[in-house]
Write a protein that binds this ligand. Structure first.
Ligand SMILES: C[S@@+](CC[C@H](N)C(=O)[O-])C[C@H]1O[C@@H](n2cnc3c(N)ncnc32)[C@H](O)[C@@H]1O
Length: 238
């Protein structure tokens, strides 16, 4: 395995960089942000194209009756397809805002249904709020390798420090987040514990075939992979 230290302190292992940050522990402002988000409903206006995408999705999927699995930030959709094969009784919805990534799994228009997999181009911060308002309760929810935003000043861009976090947890189901940065996993678990009143810790995902392109890249690079898994009771948010 090749390790080298760049001037900026970035370590490169087999081409893929490990996350490098000046932050060495759970961010000291995380609790303050979680308290604020729990006390105030997030009122940022909804993203109009996502409203349209959501309406179109509801015409294709009976989201209140089907067993829904969400693959949030699905990238190219490879994990969505893999989950759809593994869970044939569920409808697996892959959501991503990037048309570049999504188009690698097939051309527009979105939402595009392929058997029990559906690909949607949408902004998650609006998508999750619309799903909650529409009464969805998901069966499973995957957040695979969210952007880590390692600069301490970007804390609020990490999902667990974002104002939409309590609503994401209110969607219920078995939630699994995977990442390759120990601090992100610790913070995510901390956020989940604080909001749901549970006590989960980061672990390692099972030794199964790779779930997604980012997982393949990190595994091939020898990075340690962390997962946080929690059962979100639908009324569990404090
Ligand atoms: C690091 S990639 C991981 C992709 C895929 N899950 C994987 O493991 O290969 C993160 C993905 O999240 C998507 N994403 C980030 N923020 C988003 C948002 N607010 N709404 C929708 N997608 C988002 C990005 O477009 C990107 O495809």
């Amino acid at each position: 395995m090749i390790h080298c230290v760049l001037p900026a302190g970035i370590r490169i292992m087999n081409q893929s960089r490990e996350v490098s940050s000046t932050q060495q522990d759970v961010h000291p402002r995380l609790d303050e942000l979680l308290s604020r988000h729990l006390a105030n409903e997030w009122s940022q206006p909804l993203h109009p194209p996502t409203i349209e995408a959501f309406q179109a999705l509801e015409e294709r999927v009976d989201c209140l009756r089907d067993h829904i699995v969400l693959d949030s930030g699905c990238g190219t959709g490879a994990s969505t397809r893999r989950l759809a094969r593994a869970l044939p009784d569920c409808v697996v919805i892959g959501v991503d805002k990037s048309v570049n990534r999504l188009s690698r799994s097939g051309a527009e228009p979105y939402p595009r249904r392929e058997g029990n997999a559906v690909f949607v181009r949408a902004e998650l911060t609006t998508f999750w709020r619309l799903a909650l308002r529409a009464g969805w309760r998901v069966h499973r929810h995957y957040l695979l390798y969210p952007n880590p935003w390692p600069k301490p000043g970007h804390l609020q861009r990490r999902w667990h420090a974002h104002p939409v976090f309590p609503d994401m947890l209110r969607l219920g189901g078995r939630l699994e987040m995977r990442c390759n940065w120990d601090i992100y996993a610790l913070e995510f678990a901390h956020g989940v514990n604080r909001v749901l009143g549970v006590n989960v810790r980061p672990g390692s995902p099972p030794d199964e075939p790779v779930m997604s392109p980012f997982e393949r890249k990190y595994r091939n690079s020898g990075h340690r992979i962390y997962s946080v898994v929690v059962s979100c009771g639908s009324s569990g948010v404090k």
